[in-house]
Design a protein around this ligand. Structure first.
Ligand code: NAP
Ligand code: G4F
Length: 328
C-alpha cells in the first residue's frame, strides 16, 4: 500500500516541526512549503527541522500567492493538508495589521481553494486559536463560546475559521479547525512570553543579561506542550466526519507565575530581575484564557500530560543547556 501524503504549510515553525516528526513516525510521506528566504538560510530559518531534512520533501512557495500554492498542490496531491503557516505573533499584528491579514486570510483562502480544486478528497486542517475568543464571554471556553477577537491576528483567525466552515458546508471539503490554546516548548519562538522568560532566566543565570523587561504580568493563559497538541491535529483529520475541537489543558496561570517558576528553576528570585515596561503592553489585551476540552477528550482521547511546572522546567533547562554549550 502506498504511503499517505501530508502537506504542511508552516513546517519550519514550532508546531510544523513536531507534527512532521509525528507523521513520519506514523509512516507518512511528509511535504512542506517553505519560503524562499528560509531555503537560502537553512541554518537559521530551518533550524527546527534540520534533523528531518533527509526524510521530508521541501517545496519552495509563497502562501499569499495562489499560483505558487497551485504549483505545490499539483505536484504533491496530498491526502492531508495541515495549514499552519501564519504571522502568529499577536503583538506584531498591531504593528503591521496589513501583512498579518494578508498572509493569514489569503494564505488560508489560497490553500483551501487549491485543496478543493486540485486535491479532492484531501482533508484540511486549519490552525484556529483561543485568541478568537478574545474578550471572553464565559469561562472556561469551549466550541460553543462566541468569538470576540481583540487583535488583527485574532480577526484573521476568525476569518480563517469561517472560511474552513464555509468550504465544508458549500463544497463538501473535509475541513476542520483546531481551536488550540497556547502551546509551548523549547522550540517556541523567542518573542513569545514563555520563551522570552525561559531564555532570559538562563542568560541571567549565566551572567549574560541582568534584567528581563515584560508587559502585562497579570494576563492568564492556558499553557500546554506543542508536542502533545500536534497529535490532536492528526486525530481531527482522521475522524469519520469533519468537526472542530478545542484543545487545552483546562488550567490557567498568570505570566507572573511563569516568571516565578522559571527563575526558581535556576535558583533565582524573579522579583530581583523582572521589570515592567509599557512598551510591551498591547493596545487591547486578552486577559484570561482557559479551555474546556471535554469534547476532544471524549472523541479524540485527548489528554494533556505535561504539567505547567514540567513545561516551565523543560523550557528553562533547555535554554540553559543551549546557552552553556554555545559559551563552551
Ligand atoms: P510559528 O512557530 O510562528 O510558525 C509559523 C510558521 O508560519 C513558520 O513556519 C513560518 O515560516 C510560517 N510563516 C509565517 N509567515 C509566513 C508567510 N508569509 N508565508 C509562508 N509561511 C509563513 O507558529 P506555531 O506556534 O508553530 O503555530 C502554528 C500555527 O498555529 C499558526 O498558524 C499559529 O497562528 C497557530 N496557533 C498557534 C498556537 C500556539 O500557542 N503556538 C495556538 C493556537 C494557534 P518562517 O519560518 O519562514 O517564518
Ligand atoms: O506569548 P504571547 O505573545 O502569546 P499570545 O498573545 O497568547 O499568543 C499565542 O497564543 C495564541 C493562542 O491563544 C496563538 F494563537 C498565537 O499565535 C500565539 O502563539 O503572550 C502571552 C501573554 C499576553 O497576554 C501578553 O500581553 O503574555 C503577555 N506578555 C507580557 N509581557 C507578553 C510580554 N507577551 C510577550 N510576547 N512579550 C512580553 O514581553
Amino acid at each position: 500500500m502506498s504511503r499517505k501524503k501530508a502537506l504542511i504549510t508552516g513546517i519550519t515553525g514550532q508546531d510544523g516541526s513536531y507534527l512532521s516528526e509525528y507523521l513520519l513516525k506514523r509512516g507518512y510521506e511528509v511535504h512542506g512549503i517553505v519560503r524562499r528566504a528560509a531555503i537560502e538560510d537553512p541554518a537559521n530559518r530551518m533550524s527546527r527541522i534540520g534533523h528531518l531534512l533527509g526524510e521530508i520533501h521541501i517545496h519552495s512557495g509563497q502562501i499569499e500567492n495562489y499560483a505558487s500554492i497551485y504549483q505545490v498542490m499539483t505536484t504533491v496531491r496530498p491526502d492531508e493538508c495541515y495549514h499552519l503557516a501564519a504571522q502568529s505573533f499577536v503583538y506584531e499584528s498591531f504593528e503591521d495589521a496589513f501583512s498579518t491579514l494578508n498572509v493569514n486570510i489569503f494564505g488560508t483562502l489560497n490553500t483551501l481553494t487549491a485543496v478543493r480544486e486540485l486535491a479532492p478528497g484531501c482533508r484540511f486542517y486549519f490552525a484556529g486559536t483561543s485568541e478568537m475568543f478574545g474578550k471572553v464571554s464565559e469561562s472556561p471556553q469551549d466550541e460553543s463560546t462566541p468569538f470576540h477577537p481583540r487583535s488583527p491576528y485574532g480577526i484573521s483567525k476568525v476569518a480563517g475559521f469561517h472560511m474552513a466552515q464555509n468550504f465544508r458546508e458549500v463544497y463538501g471539503v473535509f475541513a476542520v479547525s483546531g481551536i488550540l490554546f497556547n502551546h509551548e516548548s523549547p522550540r517556541r519562538g523567542y518573542e513569545f512570553v514563555t520563551r522570552k522568560i525561559s531564555s532570559h532566566a538562563a542568560k541571567i543565570k549565566l551572567g549574560l543579561a541582568d534584567e528581563l523587561v515584560l508587559g502585562n504580568l497579570d494576563a492568564r493563559r492556558d499553557w500546554g506542550h506543542s508536542r502533545e497538541y500536534v497529535r490532536m491535529m492528526h486525530a481531527m483529520l482522521n475522524q469519520d466526519s469533519p468537526e472542530d475541537f478545542v484543545i487545552a489543558t483546562g488550567e490557567t496561570h498568570t505570566v507572573r507565575e511563569f516568571c516565578e517558576l522559571a527563575f526558581a528553576e535556576l535558583g533565582l528570585d524573579w522579583e530581583k530581575y523582572v521589570r515592567v515596561d509599557e512598551r510591551f503592553m498591547r493596545p487591547s489585551e486578552v486577559e484570561l484564557l482557559v479551555g474546556d476540552a471535554s469534547k476532544a477528550r471524549e472523541k479524540l482521547g485527548w489528554l494533556s500530560e505535561t504539567t505547567f511546572r514540567g513545561l516551565v522546567s523543560e523550557m528553562v533547562r533547555s535554554d540553559y543547556e543551549l546557552l552553556k554549550q554555545s559559551l563552551a
